[in-house]
Design a protein around this ligand. Structure first.
Ligand SMILES: Nc1nc2c(ncn2[C@@H]2O[C@H](COP(=O)(O)OP(=O)(O)OP(=O)(O)O)[C@@H](O)[C@H]2O)c(=O)[nH]1
Length: 299
């Protein structure tokens, strides 16, 4: 058995900190030890005091002021600084015993998950070497996105991007389910848990048939309509089809106020980690890499 960890990610306001609080509370209620790591250098006001807080190393506010950087550049600077001072994180984590679940609360800027190779480096440090934490990513997306399907697919794409970038066990979560319960029928909601491209077919936000012909004829009103409608619908449809084709993204439902819902998500994360651990034992990473390399060379 080794240490377990969950990296809680997602766009700003997706409910990451609320989820972390609910997880810690659930673990405490079930007498399971938990170690809380805040990696958001702008976070304030915690329901549970973090065991490690990146702000004790560097704060976004100081970086923005002293380096004259904006919030995104400042965040990247903070993470680069963390990577240069990894002992700050790794030393206390070495002391954590194997029965703990380590909860990492991440910032909301999705640039961090999709644009720069900082997180993969950090994840490698946590998962390999002397720490060897069995990690799972939990990517939260706000469930109200289901009411705007192009927005939902854009969010799904960002989840997929994080998944591809980090190459670790990954669970996607639709958070704040209480907000859509009365608004979207149960059967309808189910369709979003394993999103398929046909979700966009009954979307009212697409353009009218024939819009593109009208645009070709120089109708300015139609041009505006097409740019916001049919053309985007085509693009959205292609993105949705891509997600559908790879069958890579599915979601769990989460209501952070509901103890059973939180417990179900934690069980799923435990299972994802254990499944990955069993696979790693069966197929050590080096063998897997060389096998993939040979398969690629055969093609
Ligand atoms: N109704 C409802 N509101 C929620 C839930 N989870 C979070 N919220 C609210 O959503 C807002 C954002 O939640 P946070 O947990 O701070 O989200 P975050 O992803 O950590 O935000 P950043 O750190 O800014 O990226 C807060 O006002 C929360 O109270 C939920 O399950 N249901």
């Amino acid at each position: 058995m080794s240490k377990f960890g969950v990296l809680v990610m997602g766009p700003a306001g997706a409910g990451k900190s609320t989820f972390c609080t609910a997880v810690i509370q659930h673990l405490q209620n079930n007498k399971r030890p938990c170690f809380y790591v805040n990696l958001d250098p702008a976070a304030e006001d915690f329901a549970f005091e973090p065991d490690i807080d990146i702000k004790d190393l560097i704060s976004l506010e100081d970086v923005m002021e002293e380096m004259s950087l904006g919030p995104n550049g400042g965040l990247i600077y903070c993470f680069e600084f963390l990577l240069e001072n990894l002992d700050f994180l790794t030393d206390p984590l070495e002391e954590v015993t194997e029965d703990y679940l380590i909860v990492f609360d991440m910032p909301g800027q999705i640039e961090l998950y999709t644009h720069v190779p900082i997180l993969p480096d950090l994840v490698r440090t946590l998962m390999r070497g002397s720490l060897s934490i069995n990690m799972c990513a939990a990517y939260l997306l706000e469930s109200t996105f289901v009411m705007d399907r192009p927005k939902f697919f854009a969010g799904t794409l960002s989840a997929m991007s994080a998944m591809l970038m980090l190459e670790m066990p990954h669970v996607n979560i639709l958070s704040k389910m209480d907000l859509v319960k009365g608004q979207v029928a149960k059967r309808e909601l189910k369709r979003f848990l394993n999103p398929a491209a046909d979700l966009l077919d009954d979307d009212n936000s697409r353009g009218r048939p024939g819009d593109e012909d009208e645009m070709k004829n120089g109708d300015p009103a139609a041009t505006e309509n097409v740019m916001g409608g049919a053309s985007f619908h085509k693009l959205n449809k292609a993105v949705a089809q891509l997600i559908d084709d790879f069958s890579m993204v599915s979601f769990l439902k989460l209501d952070a106020q509901d103890e059973d819902s939180v417990g179900a998500v934690i069980s799923y994360i435990d299972d994802a980690i254990q499944f990955h651990e069993a696979q790693e034992v069966k197929e050590p990473k080096d063998e897997m890499d060389s096998g993939m390399y040979e398969a690629a060379m055969d093609r």
